[in-house]
Design a protein around this ligand. Sequence first.
Ligand SMILES: *Cc1c(COP(=O)(O)O)cnc(C)c1O
Length: 217
Amino acid sequence: MGLTEIKARIAEAEREAGREPGSVTLIAVSKVQPLERVEAVLEQGQRIFGENRVQEAAGKWPAFKARFDGVELHLIGPLQTNKARQAMELFDAIHSVDRPKLAHVLARLAQELGHCPELFIQVNTGEEPQKAGILPAEADAFIAECRALDLPIRGLMCIPPVEEEPSLHFALLAKIAARNGLAGLSMGMSGDFERAIALGATHVRVGSAIFGERGSG
Ligand SMILES: *Cc1c(COP(=O)(O)O)cnc(C)c1O
């Protein structure tokens, strides 16, 4: 598919939803992709990228950042507390704040480092046992706890269950965000970003539709 087509489809989805042009931020998910594909997308002008592993991102992004100005990196995968410091130094946003222990570590590091990436709280909207994220019923209390820690909470993030209609999950995430006064909604991937935009996504995380299937060389 490619970057140009995805950007056109995002613009069309914004129009159809009656939303401001440019109100949706495209995060190009470059995890596992061959470096030459990432470089090609950088050459086309894309600057906002998503990675799901701290180690992998630390291996490839410093060199790209040295060559391309204005790169913005978003961590979209689970974060272990022992990698939190490295993540805060490398990433401009973290979409996977999902438990009190991590929130407390991030707050302590933010004090120490004097800065903090923008944060999204991951909500396990499908209540899947194997999936990260705070449960919907615990979300309001966790958001309040993060705010009490002075963390810069921008919004919420979800990854709907693969077998279910994602729109129900996007609508639930939007509802939790609205009642907590949070503006950011990180939702929508290659297969469903238009439905996410219709339901208010501010950040879509699109990988394979831009770069091609992962692992297909
Ligand atoms: C890999 C990944 C994506 C991108 O998935 P595609 O289906 O390739 O667009 C989005 N969000 C998260 C959290 C991911 O891990």
